[in-house]
Design a protein around this ligand. Structure first.
Ligand code: ZN
Length: 191
């Protein structure tokens, strides 16, 4: 028996995950009629709070599935804690595989390079984790995380001293900038 308590716990965890990461999913793009074969279109993809419908973030996209190499171009601006902005603009390759019952299934090709290796996995979902610049698959965000656990220890030590200590650690080069950025309070960054 799962129990009422565990259900509520899962619900809460899911909510936090959704708010911490921006996710792009093939199924959402299909359901909204964005992703189709043989089209070229552009627009904005908007995230809203699932409970209040309040606007949270948006990115611009350009979809092109006309040619042999379909892609989804993503463009958005990341605003850092210090107010600096970084304009992002890159292509995510798309691929199709045949379905058992006819038609095709669409995939993103993960665009991330982690530890010098490009991922290129076929995935149904891409995530933009807090403090990251690029959308990537769950596996890549995980690898990035695990490859810098020593850095994490130092970051955690600074975190106990407060956001200013983290910022100073980033400025002095003592800790990795991206890691420090992730350790800052969530409301200090925004898309
Ligand atoms: Zn990946």
């Amino acid at each position: 028996m799962g129990g009422y308590g565990s259900t509520r716990w899962n619900f809460h965890t899911k909510k936090e995950t959704v708010e911490d990461c921006r996710a792009l999913s093939i199924s959402d793009l299909k359901r909204e009629g964005v992703l189709q074969a043989g089209v070229e279109r552009s627009g904005s993809w908007i995230w809203r709070n699932a409970y209040t419908n309040e606007y949270r973030a948006s990115i611009g996209y350009e979809l092109n599935t006309l040619g042999r190499f379909p892609y989804l171009r993503l463009h958005y601006t990341i605003t850092r804690w210090d107010g600096n902005k970084r304009d992002m603009d890159y292509h995510v390759r798309l691929e199709t595989t045949p379905c058992n019952y006819g038609g095709v299934r669409w995939w993103f090709i993960c665009p991330l390079v982690v530890n010098g290796r490009s991922c290129e996995q076929r995935v149904g979902k891409l995530f933009l984790a807090p403090g990251s610049l690029y959308f990537g698959c769950r596996h890549c965000h995980d690898l990035t995380y695990r490859s810098s656990q020593e850095n994490d220890k130092r970051v955690n030590a600074l975190k106990r001293l407060g956001p200013l200590a983290i910022l100073q650690g980033m400025n002095s080069g003592e800790i990795d900038t991206d890691k420090g950025f992730k350790a800052l309070p969530p409301d200090i960054w925004r898309l």
